[in-house]
Design a protein around this ligand. Structure first.
Ligand SMILES: NC(=O)c1ccc[n+]([C@@H]2O[C@H](COP(=O)([O-])OP(=O)(O)OC[C@H]3O[C@@H](n4cnc5c(N)ncnc54)[C@H](OP(=O)(O)O)[C@@H]3O)[C@@H](O)[C@H]2O)c1
Length: 293
């Protein structure tokens, strides 16, 4: 049996949708809603480890969708509880959605790398899917933190940096494929070819702040040019918008890493695992600008 955690989240829903034809799929989420058309749903809340014994019962292949959006200690406790419960439940193979190696210097890298180490020490096979940044992440943060005070200018702290971005749909395709292949092997009593593998899943395209400015120009119907602004302004701009402190720090670290040229991932396993060309990201940039303009 396969269990996908976080099945109500954007990525989890896409993965579960791709596996929906299987009769060995169970969806796990914090607030299960009965869905006659979908797979069986179980309550799985990493903040409530008591929910995990029943949630993981009978599961042999487990996809742990990372449960971020919190301080490091909270994320570590969540993932630690999930790994411990998987071992207790006799899960054979855990697949975990982590962060691309290009993101090693981001604030969110710490709980991801802690989780990878905990998985490496666990008594089951593992596969780590090191997901790249969704296109809407740097674009959305730029629209929030960038200043539109001067008409026709997008001021943002990208320096001259570029960032690799990826479509969430591509990451869902890869996760569903790996999960399905692993479960077929587990059911046949074979060790999967994905066991012990860490896949880098950065996008194949990079974008720069000029691309965000161009998308903004399309939305506004007027020329917009990019002007680099200081990193320090992000703290106050985001805090003033009520963004939680850990997320402000994360945003600053994204801009800082872009400016330092560290997020233009050079090695990716994405095309090989997809088996087709990755989806274009231009439309995703435009969508993210439109959503926040
Ligand atoms: N690669 C990127 O650019 C990027 C960007 C943002 C986030 N992420 C990471 O990737 C994950 C999936 O992304 P997404 O786009 O699906 O984000 P999302 O739509 O915001 O979903 C958040 C996910 O976290 C799960 N979650 C939160 N608290 C949990 C808990 N206590 N126990 C179990 N699950 C919990 C949710 O599960 P339920 O609601 O179903 O319980 C949901 O699947 C995020 O959680 C985050 O760690 C990656």
């Amino acid at each position: 049996m396969i269990l996908v955690t976080g099945a109500s989240g954007a990525l989890g829903k896409l993965v579960a949708g791709r596996l929906a034809g299987r009769d060995d799929l169970v969806a796990g989420t914090r607030s299960p809603e009965p869905s006659p058309a979908g797979p069986p749903v179980r309550r799985v809340d990493f903040d409530d480890p008591a929910s995990l014994a029943g949630g993981f019962a009978g599961v042999r292949t487990l996809l742990i969708i990372s449960a971020g959006y919190a301080e490091d200690d909270v994320v570590i406790a969540r993932h630690g509880a999930a790994i411990e419960a998987a071992a207790t439940a006799g899960v054979k193979h855990v697949i975990y959605t982590s962060l691309a190696g290009s993101g090693d210097h981001l604030t969110i890298a710490l709980p991801h790398r802690w989780t990878e180490a905990a998985l490496a020490a666990a008594p089951f096979d593992t596969t780590v899917l090191r997901n790249g940044l969704y296109a809407e992440v740097p674009v959305g943060l730029t629209m929030m933190a960038g200043s539109g005070a001067v008409p026709g200018v997008l001021a943002a702290p990208w320096g001259r940096g570029q960032v690799s971005v990826v479509a969430r749909e591509d990451l869902a395709d890869v996760a569903a494929r790996v999960v399905a292949e692993v479960q077929d092997d587990v059911a046949a009593g074979r060790r999967s070819r994905h066991a012990g593998r860490t896949y880098e899943l950065d996008g194949v395209k990079t974008i720069g702040a000029e691309d965000v400015a161009a998308a903004l120009a399309d939305v506004r119907g007027v020329p917009v040019s990019y002007r680099p602004s200081p990193l320090g302004a992000v703290w106050t701009a985001l805090a003033a918008k009520g963004v939680p402190p850990y997320q402000v720090a994360h945003a600053v670290s994204i801009f800082s890493n872009i400016g330092a040229g560290l997020l233009a991932g050079e090695r990716t396993d994405l095309p090989g695992l997809l088996g087709v060309a990755p989806r274009p990201v231009r439309g995703l940039v435009a969508d993210a600008v439109r959503a926040s303009a």
